[in-house]
Every structure is written in structure tokens, then in C-alpha cells.
Design a protein around this ligand. Structure first.
Ligand SMILES: [Zn+2]
Length: 433
């Protein structure tokens, strides 16, 4: 399909929350490949799928969203991201399941997890004494979960899978979706289906990277095709109320660099709204998240960070230094493609997920290798793309500093950084930038 045909076919015309026609983008990162489809050697002969990656802001409800929507079957049918691979996530989900269980009175409640991946959260729910059912469209992940005895439907979450669950298990006391609420285009159907699946006093809990964190901390590497919505509490409240839900609590979680866990219930259910909900709404007003100029200014800072990072990389290469990357999450693809990083800049990218090894960063075509490669062929600089795991990573490879290797993070916040020669440099005691 030509670029123009794709532009027309995948363009989002109206806001996913409020149906208002969408304006032109405030930030354009360029035409990009799919961040989680890492090509193999033999795939490099054929041109990769690519589609514009741009953000638009809806002035009516406050939602920030991608200008183009790539069909989910192109992105999620064989997903290489496996949540169980990191210890941080395991602790995170154990805490999550305890938190959820504590809010439910019922004896043997059913918990349904949307986008349940390989079943990490399902296993934690089970340990808390809950009945479980996962729903995941990626066949390899659903198979893996089922092999472990974690019942998972290999399906998209829709009216058909909801009917199936109601028939097999009955209504759910808990429906959860982690990093899926921001990834689904037709969120209005999701809300209708969740409403059908939930008991009258059930809870719908979602976790997503918070728009306010992206704006405040300059985390524009969270922008990729799978991540369709950039959600603030004001916009979420709008769409929740539209479909008969109310937000009653929020928890701040550190995963993915500042996510929110938001608890909703059917309108009129008994739980009172916690004070934090009002606090978030007031804060978004005060920080002007609902004003176009705020997003425009953010876009200006994004372009500045790119300019400064590539100036640094070009300088290091001119000095004859070698560079590599650490971590091949989706954000690495966004950064490599937006910055224009290629194998000329980075010799390789290390990733501990065996499913990614032997493949390449989409678009940029930098090879992904196991971490043993870094020990055997250390570079002068290591760019930590998985910066949210910087502590774990530097604990593992910090000894390279003794031979002169230096660590870089690929972004910084110009509004907060103190002037320094190299705002991207971090040491073995990393400070959150
Ligand atoms: Zn809207």
C-alpha cells in the first residue's frame, strides 16, 4: 500500500472518547514501523510496514491520541513482549492483585484480565484466592498461559468473548486491563462490554501511562503505534461517565515511568470517591493539560531533545567512540527511528528477552543481541533505552565503568535539567532525570 493510501486508510477522523472531529497533529514523529514487530534477517529484504506516528489533541474532552490507527491484527497476533521476563513486573503484579482483592467482598470472586499476556497477573489473582479468566489476542502468549494452567481465551476482548465468559464463569467481580485501555481503538465498545460483564458492585481497574507524566518528564518515547491514547484523568472521567462508570480511586505506580492505576465502578455503586480523584482533576486544570498551547510547547521541547541527543552522538562518533544500546522495548524503536539512529551509530542493542535476540530494531535495523555480547565486545558508551530499569541494568553492567564505558539515557527534560555539558550522562548511581 502506498504512503498516501495508508494515510487515508488509517487516519483517525473523530475522537475515540467524544466523537468530535480531530484537528491536525501537534507533534509529528515521522512515518514509522511497528515498534514491537522486530524483523528477522530474512525479513530485511522486503520493505517494512510503516505509518505516520503523530499526536493530536481533542479540545473537547482533553484526550491526546494518535492521528493514525494501525489495525490491531497487524500488531498483536504474535507479540514478542512477555511480561514475566522482569522481576520488577512480578513484584508489581503481586502487589496489584493484593490491592484489587482487598477491595472485593465476595467469597470466590471472578477476575477477568484483558490483554492478559502470558498470565502473570492471572497467577497473582489465583494466589489471592480468586477465580480467573484471561483474554489475549496473541496466540503464542495465550497458549503459554494455558500451558501454565492460567485459563486464557485467545481472542480480542469484545461482545463475543464476553458472552463466552458469562456462559462459562458467570459475571466478574473484577475486570482489569493493564496497558490495554490506551491500546484499544474502540474504547466505547470496551466500556459497554465491561459493563455487561461486571457484577453490580464489581470494579473495573485499568493501568496506563499517565499523560501528565509524559508531559512533565518528557517521556515521548512512550509514543508508538500500539499506544493509541495518552490519557489524563479529566478525559477518562468524561468517557467513563458517558458509559455509566465513575472513578472512585487512583493509585500512582512506578512501572513504565509513572503510570496510574484507576479504579472505576458502575455509577451508583457504594464506594465513595477518594480525595485523590479531585486532586488529579484540579491539578490537570492548573497545569493547563486541557489547553492546546501546552501540548504545542511539549512538542517544541521534544524536537530540542532530539537535536541535542543527535549532536552528542555525532560528536562521539567523530571522536571515534563506539556506542551500543541496552534494551529493545517499543520505546527503543520510537527513539531510534525518530532520532535517525542506525547501525552506523549503534553497533548493537542488548536485550535479555530471547524472543528478541537475533532480530533487529524495526526501521533502524540495529541487531539485537544477548547481554553476553556486551561483556565480550564492550562499547565506549551504552545508551540505556530501557531507562525505567536503569537501576537493575546498571547493577548488572556497572563494572564496565572500570574499563571506561559510560552510560547514557536517551532523553532528558529541558525544563528541569540543570545546565551541564552532557544532560544524557548517568552514573552507576542513577538519578531519575
Ligand atoms: Zn474528545
Amino acid at each position: 500500500m502506498s504512503e498516501i493510501a495508508k494515510e487515508l486508510k488509517y487516519k483517525k477522523l473523530v475522537c475515540r472518547y467524544c466523537d468530535t472531529p480531530l484537528p491536525v497533529p501537534f507533534l509529528e514523529l515521522g512515518s514509522m514501523p511497528l515498534a514491537n514487530n522486530l524483523p528477522r534477517n530474512e525479513d530485511l529484504k522486503t520493505p517494512e510496514f510503516a505509518c505516520p506516528l503523530s499526536l493530536v489533541f481533542c479540545e473537547k474532552c482533553g484526550l491526546v491520541q494518535l492521528s493514525h490507527v494501525v489495525p490491531p491484527e497487524l500488531m498483536f497476533s504474535h507479540y514478542l513482549y512477555v511480561s514475566s521476563t522482569t522481576k520488577t513486573f512480578q513484584e508489581h503484579f503481586a502487589d496489584y492483585a493484593r490491592d484489587v482483592r482487598g477491595r472485593i467482598q465476595s467469597e470466590s470472586p471472578l477476575a477477568v484480565d484483558i490483554g492478559s499476556n502470558d498470565g502473570l497477573l492471572l497467577a497473582c489473582y489465583q494466589r489471592e484466592g480468586m477465580r480467573i479468566c484471561g483474554v489475549d489476542p496473541a496466540k503464542n502468549l495465550a497458549d503459554e498461559a494455558n500451558r501454565k494452567g492460567l485459563t486464557t481465551l485467545n481472542h480480542f476482548f469484545n461482545a463475543a468473548s464476553v458472552e463466552q465468559i458469562l456462559k462459562d464463569f458467570g459475571p466478574a467481580s473484577v475486570v482489569s486491563g493493564n496497558n490495554v485501555f490506551a491500546h484499544i481503538d474502540d474504547i466505547q465498545s470496551v466500556l459497554k462490554n465491561v459493563k455487561r460483564l461486571l457484577t453490580p458492585d464489581g470494579i473495573f481497574v485499568i493501568e496506563f501511562p499517565y499523560l501528565g507524566t509524559m508531559l512533565d518528564e518528557m517521556l515521548f518515547d512512550m509514543i508508538y503505534h500500539e499506544h493509541l491514547s495518552y490519557i489524563g484523568i479529566t478525559a477518562l472521567k468524561f468517557v467513563a461517565e458517558r458509559f455509566g462508570f465513575e472513578i472512585f480511586d487512583i493509585r500512582e505506580v512506578a512501572s513504565h515511568g509513572g503510570s496510574l492505576r484507576v479504579f472505576m465502578q458502575k455509577k451508583g455503586a457504594a464506594r465513595p470517591a477518594a480525595e485523590i480523584v479531585g486532586r488529579y482533576l484540579a491539578q490537570e486544570q492548573k497545569q493547563k493539560h486541557l489547553v492546546f498551547e501546552t501540548h504545542q510547547a511539549f512538542a517544541g521541547r521534544v524536537l530540542r531533545v532530539k537535536e541535542e541527543f543527535m549532536t552528542l552522538v555525532r560528536k562521539l562518533k567523530a571522536e571515534g567512540k563506539t556506542l551500543s544500546g541496552y534494551g529493545a522495548p517499543a520505546k527503543a524503536s520510537t527513539l531510534c527511528n525518530f532520532y535517525g539512529l542506525t547501525p552506523e551509530h549503534l553497533d548493537y542493542v542488548v536485550d535479555d528477552n530471547p524472543l528478541k535476540q537475533g532480530r533487529f530494531i524495526p526501521g533502524a535495523h540495529i541487531p539485537v543481541v544477548p547481554s553476553a555480547h556486551l561483556a565480550a565486545h564492550p562499547t565506549d558508551y551504552v545508551v540505556i533505552f530501557a531507562w525505567n530499569f536503569a537501576r537493575e541494568i546498571i547493577k548488572k553492567i556497572g563494572s564496565l565503568e572500570d574499563r571506561g564505558t559510560r552510560f547514557l539515557v536517551p532523553l532528558f527534560n529541558p525544563a528541569k535539567a540543570t545546565p551541564s555539558a552532557n544532560p544524557f550522562l548517568i552514573h552507576s548511581e542513577p538519578v531519575r532525570f
